[in-house]
Design a binder for this molecule. Structure first.
Ligand SMILES: *[C@@H]1O[C@H](CO)[C@@H](O)[C@H](O)[C@H]1NC(C)=O
Ligand SMILES: *[C@@H]1O[C@H](CO)[C@@H](O)[C@H](O)[C@H]1NC(C)=O
Length: 224
């Protein structure tokens, strides 16, 4: 079942806005012109998607998780949210067909300000994950998610434990709060891993209805 995290994650559009950059650390507003000409690599259930390295200006762009969100958001998109196995298949196919080593998704652990005191998110490693693009809560990480017939979280990782394992915390105290799909990094095929958000990776963007609606409503007649 999907439960909204609306109460605890503020709407991007209501946050103070700054351009995508390291010191700002805010979500970016969409750019109408970029939204209208956004890259459309494949289409699924009403949404367009693209892989960053397939866009000439982004070919060599590898960025941390928040900057990746912001690149997408300028196009009225956000990092991909993978709510069904069909959608997961499309992401895995893109990764496999293009020999992509890893990508960022919008998956995020609710371990920041606003997530405290939520008994329903404990333990965090099982119940604390959500898709930040649409604030949809994920299924518990230790079982097959709704809409899937297998558990896409890897069965292994740095510590040879099933994911998420927050492995980097033991290495240098950095929490693994972001969800990356890795391509066989641990000899485990293509699978979901929790990864520290500062790592720099290419990414997959997916249309954001919220941002498209915002640009449509503030730019009468625009074709998106
Ligand atoms: C980081 O992970 C550790 C170990 O799981 C945990 O005790 C700590 O609360 C986490 N930090 C944050 C900010 O969630
Ligand atoms: C943790 O370790 C990694 C790899 O050694 C390093 O790149 C990163 O900067 C470290 N993070 C912190 C917060 O020290």
């Amino acid at each position: 079942m999907r439960a909204s995290l609306l109460l605890l994650v503020p709407l991007g559009l209501t946050l103070a806005q700054r351009p995508a950059s390291k010191p700002g650390r805010f979500l970016s507003l969409p750019n109408a012109q970029k939204c209208a000409s956004r890259p459309k690599e494949f289409f699924f259930q009403g949404h367009n998607y693209f892989y960053s390295a397939h866009v000439p200006q982004l070919r060599n762009t590898r960025v941390d998780w928040l900057d990746a969100r912001n690149y997408c958001r300028e196009y009225c998109m956000d990092l991909v949210s993978i709510e069904t196995q069909q959608e997961n298949n499309l992401v895995y196919k893109l990764i496999r067909d293009n020999d992509v080593p890893y990508i960022w998704t919008s998956g995020r652990l609710c371990d920041f300000k606003g997530c405290e005191g939520r008994r329903d998110l404990e333990p965090k490693s099982i119940y604390g994950w959500f898709w930040s693009a649409n604030r949809v809560k994920m299924s518990p990480t230790d079982r097959t998610p709704a809409g899937f017939n297998f558990n896409p979280w890897s069965q292994t990782g740095h510590k040879k434990l099933r994911q998420p394992d927050n492995a980097e915390f033991e290495i240098n105290g950095t929490n693994e709060s972001c969800l990356s799909v890795l391509n066989n990094v641990y000899n485990d095929g293509i699978a979901w891993h929790d990864v520290a958000c500062y790592h720099e990776k290419p990414f997959i963007c997916e249309d954001s209805e919220e941002l498209l609606n915002y640009i449509a409503s503030t730019n009468p007649g625009i074709r998106l």
